[in-house]
Design a protein around this ligand. Structure first.
Ligand SMILES: NCc1[nH]cc(CCC(=O)O)c1CC(=O)O
Length: 301
């Protein structure tokens, strides 16, 4: 292979993550040339309708997958939390990088944390998962939609459209906005999206040369944790249409997984947790427990 071409979305966060992967690949394989192929996706272009309405998170991947199929790129870099639970046939994730900060961030110019918000304060987030957890903690808050890339969301907060917003710490830190994090919303009280904070590389599953280069960046412990989170989400038919949160950690070789299914409408939420060795079995077990204790009703399954 002469040059490894990475397909990427054009948002500042996507470009940062793809540059980060390019640097790591160059470091792992001295002499390898790596270049970015920036592309626009439907998920980036259509900002006036909800993701659910235009077809879900897969829209962020589709154009990049087509570029790989056409031979215009060898791999693509994604935030793993935006990757659907079922990959398109013919594709694989040869590397999942070490997870950065998993937590959500409370961001505000006036208030330190959720508890400090005055009654009826306006909080911006389009994530059903974040809406559900906010509702469960503070039924009085007014939740308003907020889409767009990280920079756009911060600009709308600063314009005074919201009293506070919730974003991923990882995205803020990658873009140099650490100082905007007023508090970290931490597990197990507040749970992130499954696989939040983890970057994945996708390529064609028959592209042995690309797979061989990418596996050098795979982080086995992160892969185990996010597989448990994604197995739970898959068993709940999770997508961006439903408020599902999950976070797994490893201690002494054993996985511990916390899961939550909520309602973005009325603040009901169901929680479950478990421990185990197999990511897949644990994910399905915690999902089963959530469904048995009321999640089925919340998800209208
Ligand atoms: N939904 C967009 C998205 N996808 C990944 C991240 C953050 C980076 C990560 O989770 O690795 C973000 C921004 C956010 O949720 O604030």
């Amino acid at each position: 292979m002469t040059t490894l071409r990475i397909a990427t979305r054009k948002s500042p966060l996507a470009l940062w993550q793809s540059e980060h992967v390019a640097d790591a690949l160059r470091a792992a394989h001295p002499g390898l040339a790596v270049e970015l192929v920036p592309m626009s996706t439907r998920g980036d272009e259509v900002l006036d309708r909800s993701l659910a309405a235009i077809g879900g998170k897969g829209l962020f991947l589709k154009e990049l997958e087509l570029a790989m199929q056409r031979g215009e790129a060898d791999c693509a870099v994604h935030s793993l939390k935006d990757v659907p639970m079922e990959l398109e046939p013919g594709f694989a994730l040869p590397a999942i990088l070490q997870r950065a900060d998993y937590a959500d961030a409370f961001v505000s110019n006036r208030f330190d944390d959720i508890a400090a918000l005055p009654p009826g304060a306006v909080v911006g987030t389009s994530s059903l998962r974040r809406q559900a957890q906010l509702r469960a903690l503070r039924p009085d808050l007014q939740l308003r939609d907020l889409r767009g890339n990280v920079n756009t969301r911060l600009a709308r907060l600063d314009a005074g459209d919201y009293d506070a917003i919730v974003l991923a710490c990882a995205g803020l830190q990658r873009l140099g906005f650490d100082a905007r994090i007023r508090s970290r919303l931490q597990a197990p009280d507040w749970l992130p999206a499954p696989a939040q904070g983890a970057i994945a590389i996708e390529c064609r599953d028959d592209d042995a040369a690309t797979i061989a280069l990418c596996v050098a960046l795979d982080h086995a412990d992160t892969r185990r944790c996010v597989e448990a989170e994604r197995a739970m989400n898959r068993a709940l038919h999770g997508s961006c249409h439903v408020p599902v949160a999950g976070f797994a950690t490893l201690a002494g070789g054993r996985l511990r997984l916390h899961g939550l299914v909520g309602s973005a409408d009325d603040g009901r939420a169901v929680r479950a947790q478990g421990e185990g060795e197999s990511a897949d079995a644990l994910g399905r077990e915690v999902a089963g427990e959530l469904l048995a204790s009321g999640a089925a009703e919340l998800l209208a399954l």
